[in-house]
Design a protein around this ligand. Sequence first.
Ligand code: ADP
Length: 544
Amino acid sequence: MFGSMQDWPLTCNKVLDHAARFHKNREIISRSVEGPITRQTYAQTRDRALALAKRLDRYGLRKGDRAATLAWNTVRHMEVWYGLTGIGAVYHTVNPRLFPEQISWIINHAEDRLLFVDLTFVPIVEQIIDQLPLIELVIILTDTGHMPKTSLANCVAYEDWLAESDSDFNWVDVDENDAAGMCYTSGTTGNPKGVVYSHRSNVLHAFQSSLPDMMNLSAKDRVLPVVPLFHANGWALAFSAPLNGATLVLPGALMDGESIYELLSTEKCTFSGAVPTVWLMLIQYMQRNDLYLPDLERVVIGGSACPRSMTKAFRDDYGVEVMHAWGMTELSPIGTICSMKPEYADLEGEAWLDIKETAGHPPFGVEMKIVDDENKELPWNGAAFGRLLVRGPCVTRSYYKLEGEQFVDEEGWFDTGDVATIDEWGYMQITDRSKDVIKSGGEWISSIDLENLAIGHPAVAEAAVIGVKHSKWDERPLLILMLSDEEEATRDEILAYMDGKIAKWWMPDDVVFVDEIPHTATGKIKKVALREQFKDYKLPSDPT
Ligand code: ADP
């Protein structure tokens, strides 16, 4: 016997329809790549997305066809997402911070037919277009007046292309399990791998991630996603904000502390999301200029561990609640968010920070467990740590063109590649990537814990910990530090600061100071490069 309820496919276009109908005057405010700030309502955005869908259809793009974007967070980029999904085609965000060879590899692997590109990235496309035989047309996200002089043969200004169309069009019917979007993981080892989101997973994920104990989004929110649309499905905000009728404020190409502050402040944003490095720049800018953000209520921080000192600074100095989040491209991407359940509602001071330092608990729809090397499930006591496995309707089961390979076990569990603890109330804390964990004498040391501790020292701007070969213990931790401008500190001062705050055998065996710590294209510390740089490092504690 079936239920009597209607079959109403969960498709991305319905999210925009809802926003345009029930929140029609709410705006998407956008710093254009050309400079000026633009304002456009959800109703206008839907009209333009429909016109784009009609134009794409006339061009001959069909269901399942892919189109790449190399673009910042702007309203045009949003229109492209909804225009493509509205005809059953697939948006494929490409991270412009990758090397040109990686960009062309990814575009060729996805077999993208069209390429939507911001003015900023036209030079990259000019450089690689000869290596992109399948790209038929480059659509530059600007108007005729701002078209650059370019060597690209087949290119058109987005606004001209759109002007050849109108919004008298119906979204093409799609199955909710059809592909809607694509995003490649950065692939620190081997080639990048393409995760394919479906309409259904995008819509479900927008519900899940905006629940009250998750991002708690509402029509009253003014949301500034600093996290780029090209990073892990833009943390779902392009769907969750319109689903809830929240105002969107998009930062375009300018992500420095001053520009982000200006938008947060003038647009009275209540909510924002970004990786820790972005918030570091913002906090430093506000400290230098004695500025505050009275409207900002909460910030989601993820992508890398949010240092305790950052959570504290936001709360004590700015009255902003940090919501530490963990996720990954393969999870659409939100896996957990740290909000306080009743069990922890009364915590204060350091005990409150202890919980805030965890990545929190998952929404309905994300199942989690931790296992040891024999796949035996480990207890949820906040101390045992093991490989973190997840499953759910917004977790990938495979990668594009690798469908024949096994990426989940027989029960559907996906190995995240992260190592974590889980406490009795389901609060999960990442202790490491499994590749980065330091194996000392058969025991594991968390590089993230050591980094978080070191960064609490006032002179330290950034910290990285890697395992270095040791003749007796296999590996021992080496602490690599970048100091803040005009700050000084010695090895012994740093070690003295850490002493007593962690187990003795976790203490780094040595400290080195560097001018810069390398980052990946998604803002994470590039441990592979650091391991290479320090592969012959001789620890003073090593007797040989
Ligand atoms: P990429 O690998 O391309 O940078 P992802 O966003 O998919 O992009 O990276 C996901 C990984 O980032 C996670 O598996 C985890 O290792 C790390 N990560 C994300 N959020 C956190 C967090 N809050 N704390 C620690 N690590 C995190």
